[in-house]
Design a protein. Structure first.
Length: 95
């Protein structure tokens, strides 16, 4: 769920089954612009209530994934951390 705190900060809750996550692909384009977080399944495009993370190239992907790994290190199991690190390593090697 996307919610707004009293001070205006938007919070995206993940892992509860309440937030829809999809790619953002502009009309007439083939490449994704980024990731869209929404409280509903977008059926007719962007409504203005979504939060979009625009990602530019591998550096943008790394900028998004590295903090997730650091977060996982504080809350995940050793198995989850090893898996995520392996996936990240494979992504870098594939480049």
């Amino acid at each position: 769920m996307i919610r707004t705190l009293e001070n205006g900060i938007k919070v995206i809750e993940l892992g509860l089954g309440t937030t829809q996550i999809s790619q953002v692909v502009p009309k007439n384009e083939k490449e994704s612009l980024g990731i869209c977080f929404s409280n509903t399944i977008p059926s007719d495009g962007i409504t203005g209530e979504e939060i979009i993370i625009e990602i530019h190239g591998q550096k943008g992907v790394n900028a998004y994934l590295i903090p997730l790994l650091e977060f996982l290190k504080t809350r995940g199991s050793e198995e989850d951390i090893v898996f995520f690190e392996r996936v990240l390593s494979e992504m870098v090697d594939a480049k």
